[in-house]
Design a protein around this ligand. Structure first.
Ligand SMILES: *Cc1c(COP(=O)(O)O)cnc(C)c1O
Length: 328
């Protein structure tokens, strides 16, 4: 699915369009939280911009991923619902699928490494999902997910390269723009590109003149490299605190959208993410996980010129182990 050889002219599924984000928002009404849009005088003064923070830290399961998961599950056929869904992830996508499936009364299987943090495992089990463990050093989770899908007739819901997942993720920016009106600039974190792709589609719908910029960890800038090269570039698993953006390649759908609608991709270092994580806690009393700080870092660390602009910033999630958070 995610390789250098996928031709952009032969996408794995239809590329979602801006109206799909609107349809996703209708589907998610009453299911996903409409998260708050927060502002800070201190940060506005520091940057000379007007910043609007979309706090997906307050989304169900603690991250925007619930939006894409719930939208994808809402789109299943009756037969698919009865058989169930499968996802492979140890992070926010797993919890999002587990909760969205439970709410829709759809069976869910989550493929997780045997050494996944106990609290993540417990949270996923708490939502009623079945967990299938694998050894991350000797086994391939994608192969296991595909085998389960085949054997049990489960529908595999990938974390980003899926039209309904991308459209669902776009509803965060849709809500933001509904509240703020047109913006000059929208900043979103970039891992596999579901969030950034959906954000760009939402901007095309509600703020067509808006510049959309993605922010990646410096150690894992495959998205930046891919836009520069005009093809999907694959990198080794990046070493970064931003564990939600430790992806090795964009998907063919997300790449196609980013190439069309995203102006630029910039990067933030782990040191910048830590400073911003601290600043968001001190000034806005917000617990934001390192990955969730990527977009804010672009504005607050001067990575992108925001002076004089109205800027949307997606704070994508707040799931960080509390003792780790304290140490960081
Ligand atoms: C998954 C995730 C991202 C990256 O989203 P993609 O759709 O993979 O680009 C960013 N922030 C958080 C908190 C995440 O969980």
């Amino acid at each position: 699915m995610v390789t250098d050889t996928v031709s952009p002219s032969l996408p794995s599924s239809p590329i979602p369009c801006p109206d799909d984000v609107r349809a996703a928002a209708d589907r998610l009404a009453g299911l996903a939280h409409r998260t708050p849009v927060l502002t800070s005088r201190t940060f506005d003064e520091r940057t000379g911009a007007r910043l609007f923070f979309k706090a997906e830290t307050f989304q169900r399961t603690g991250a925007f991923k619930f939006r894409g998961a719930a939208n994808a599950i809402a789109r299943l056929t009756e037969a698919q619902r009865r058989r169930g869904v499968v996802a492979f992830s140890s992070g926010n996508h797993a919890q999002a699928i587990a909760l969205a499936a439970k709410l829709a009364e759809v069976p869910a299987v989550i493929v997780m490494p045997a050494d996944a943090p106990a609290i993540k495992r417990a949270a996923t089990e708490g939502y009623g999902a079945e967990i299938v463990s694998y050894d991350r050093y000797t086994e391939d989770r994608q192969a296991i997910g595909n085998r389960l899908a085949d054997e049990r007739g489960l529908t595999l819901i990938p974390p980003f390269n899926h039209p309904d997942v991308i459209a669902g993720q776009g509803t965060a920016a849709l809500e933001l723009l509904e509240e703020t009106g047109p913006l000059d600039l929208l900043l979103a974190p970039l891992g596999g590109g579901g969030l950034l792709g959906g954000t760009a589609l939402a901007a095309a719908l509600l703020s067509p003149g808006c510049t959309v910029i993605g922010v990646e960890p410096e150690a894992g800038n495959d998205g930046q490299q891919s836009l520069a090269a005009g093809r999907i570039v694959t990198i080794p698993v990046p070493q970064t605190l931003a564990d939600g953006a430790q992806t090795t390649a964009l998907g063919d759908l997300t790449f196609a959208i980013l190439r069309e609608l995203v102006s630029q991709i910039v990067t933030a270092t782990d040191a910048q993410l830590l400073r911003v994580m601290r600043a968001l806690a001190e000034r806005m009393k917000l617990v934001v996980e390192p990955t969730g700080c990527l977009a804010a870092a672009a504005a607050l660390e001067g990575i992108v010129d925001v002076r004089g602009k109205r800027v949307g910033v997606i704070l994508s999630g707040g799931n960080v182990d509390v003792s780790l958070y304290g140490r960081l």
